[in-house]
Write a protein that binds this ligand. Structure first.
Ligand SMILES: CC1(C)S[C@@H]2[C@H](NC(=O)CCCC[C@H](NC(=O)C[NH3+])C(=O)[O-])C(=O)N2[C@H]1C(=O)[O-]
Length: 347
């Protein structure tokens, strides 16, 4: 059945509400079968008052996990990795349990503890400790292995950044290249994603970008400009920089079958239910909307930026929406409304 037309007025209302809830600015871009819609509210920079633009670069956070999953699934297509093999076959003795497989890692079913739970208990001070730090993947995995695992391998879904740090280690071991090189060779260059960069460990966002502001844990305290950071605490789990246009191109291409074989895309879309409206596949989320449509993509929450990047099953309509604040549940919840406006149209 044909999709309802996007509700642009509704989309604008969502972004306006996100700003009243505390985001300095918000942007959204819909690419719908060749037609583009762009909506913005508020500012990219609190110090200059510069308006936010739908073309601004931003930190995508965990949308990076979809990039890492695509690289590993392409390696599976090339018979260079077996998704059901133990991670330890490729990275001897990395993990304490030979039964943790590559598929467990990509589906957040490994049970590996998420080291960021300890890192960011205090949002601002935790961020200030790591914002200029450079970690190795091994250091991050070692932090996770200090804590008990959350479940037996494959027994349950439990979201953990550690899984996609392991994915980064796998990519580098299997290809002999950095994740940067593999993102560029397999995704960024073929799709001509001109705004998409992996600059780790550089702390700056090149070109035109929206500043990102971390909301403090204590109400009423000043927002913290979190724009410049290494994101070394996340790397292959969260350090990509991109734009709304590029993320729409990426998810449209992925879901349109341009990045993976049908078989591998089907494996990426084998979902575990997370809650009443969302499920997780391999580095891919599915959100079930009120109008009966399911959309596929990923969310991101990195200091200063909330991202929703989703597309229809055939990839013909995609939306990316960003609010340039984080640690603000109200903004995160409101921003989920962009999916209803973009895909379900007017109520
Ligand atoms: C599962 C998530 C939500 S968390 C995960 C990843 N982001 C992180 O792990 C960073 C967490 C700290 C971010 C920080 N929060 C705190 O410090 C809280 N004390 C803030 O809001 O700026 C990402 O991105 N994912 C989101 C995802 O996949 O949607």
């Amino acid at each position: 059945a044909a999709l309802p037309a996007p509700d642009i007025a509704g989309l604008d209302e969502v972004l306006r509400t996100a700003v009243t809830q505390g985001a300095p600015g918000a942007l959204a871009r819909i690419d719908d079968n060749g037609t583009t819609y762009q909506v913005t509210r508020g500012v990219a920079d609190l110090s200059t008052g510069q308006d936010i633009s739908a073309d601004d670069r931003f930190r995508v956070g965990s949308v990076t996990k979809s990039f890492s999953a695509v690289v590993l699934l392409q390696l599976a297509d090339e018979h260079r990795v077996d998704l059901d093999a133990p991670v330890n076959r490729y990275l001897p003795k990395l993990l304490p349990d030979d039964s943790i497989t590559v598929r467990h890692v990509l589906g957040h079913r490994s049970g590996l503890y998420d080291y960021t739970d300890d890192m960011f208990t205090q949002s601002v001070s935790g961020f200030e400790v790591v914002r200029n730090k450079v970690f190795t993947y091994q250091q991050l995995v070692a932090l996770a292995l200090k804590k008990p695992r959350t479940n037996a391998p494959g027994a349950a879904y439990s979201y953990s950044n550690t899984n996609f740090v392991v994915a980064g280690l796998l990519i580098e071991k299997l290809t002999g290249h950095s994740v940067k090189t593999e993102y560029e060779n397999r995704i960024i260059n073929p799709l001509e994603l001109r705004d998409t960069l992996y600059v780790h460990p550089d702390t700056r966002i090149p070109g035109r970008y929206a500043h990102g502001y971390l909301t403090p844990d204590t109400a009423g305290e000043e927002l913290v400009d979190a724009t410049d950071q290494t994101v070394s605490w996340a790397q292959s789990a969260g350090a990509v920089i991109s734009s709304a246009k590029d993320l729409n191109t990426f998810f449209s291409a992925l879901l349109g079958g341009k990045l993976l074989s049908e078989a591998r895309l089907a494996e990426m879309e084998r979902f575990t239910r997370v809650d009443s409206t969302s499920s997780y596949g391999l580095g891919l989320r599915r959100r079930d909307l009120s109008c009966g449509i399911s959309v596929y993509g990923h969310t991101g929450s990195v200091q200063g930026y909330y991202t929703y990047a989703f597309a229809t099953e055939d990839g013909r309509r995609a939306v990316t929406a960003v609010a340039n604040t984080s640690n603000n549940e109200g903004v995160l919840r409101v921003m989920a409304g962009v999916l209803e406006s973009a895909f379900c149209g007017k109520e």
